[in-house]
Design a protein around this ligand. Structure first.
Ligand code: SF4
Ligand code: SF4
Length: 135
């Protein structure tokens, strides 16, 4: 599975809300897959990824907010000490992004400009407990 770095955060904060029904259904399926198989290898990418594939904001192989999402990716990579092109297990990336971003002051610093922040800031995260439904 390919993931952009900032999506490590979004997956853990996901509570069933998305851009449209197709995107939300796809994201729910991805979250469920990762929860069931935390050892899954994840390739970090700086382009469109598994989640983007079902997003209405994807235009060809680009995001229509490319500059904004690239800045989010860079901030998460820096905070977690990870790089595009690396392959790590989901459980390792989940732990890194949870402890270094989601459960630190960096969460506000990195995510406060996102349209979903008002929702995500109220979602608690804990190890191995993504918020998506197990369906
Ligand atoms: S605020 Fe935005 S970037 Fe941050 S976790 Fe939520 S959806 Fe992802
Ligand atoms: S295309 Fe853009 S808005 Fe859509 S999931 Fe990917 S990074 Fe997020």
């Amino acid at each position: 599975m390919k993931l952009r770095a900032h999506h490590l955060l979004c997956i853990q904060k996901f509570t069933g809300h998305g851009y449209d029904a197709a995107f939300t259904a796809h994201m729910t399926a991805v979250c469920t897959q990762l929860r069931r198989s935390p050892e899954s290898p994840v390739l970090l990418t700086d382009g469109c990824d598994t989640l983007c594939s079902a997003c209405p904001h994807r235009v060809g192989s680009f995001c229509d907010s490319a500059e904004k999402v690239s800045a989010l990716d860079a901030a998460v990579c820096k905070a977690c000490g990870i790089q595009t092109g690396a392959v790590c297990s989901w459980e390792r990336l989940r732990e890194l992004s949870r402890t270094r971003v989601l459960q630190s002051k960096l969460f506000h610093a990195i995510c406060c400009g996102c349209q979903w922040y008002a929702l995500c800031r109220h979602v608690e995260v804990s190890d191995g407990n993504e918020n998506c439904s197990d369906t």
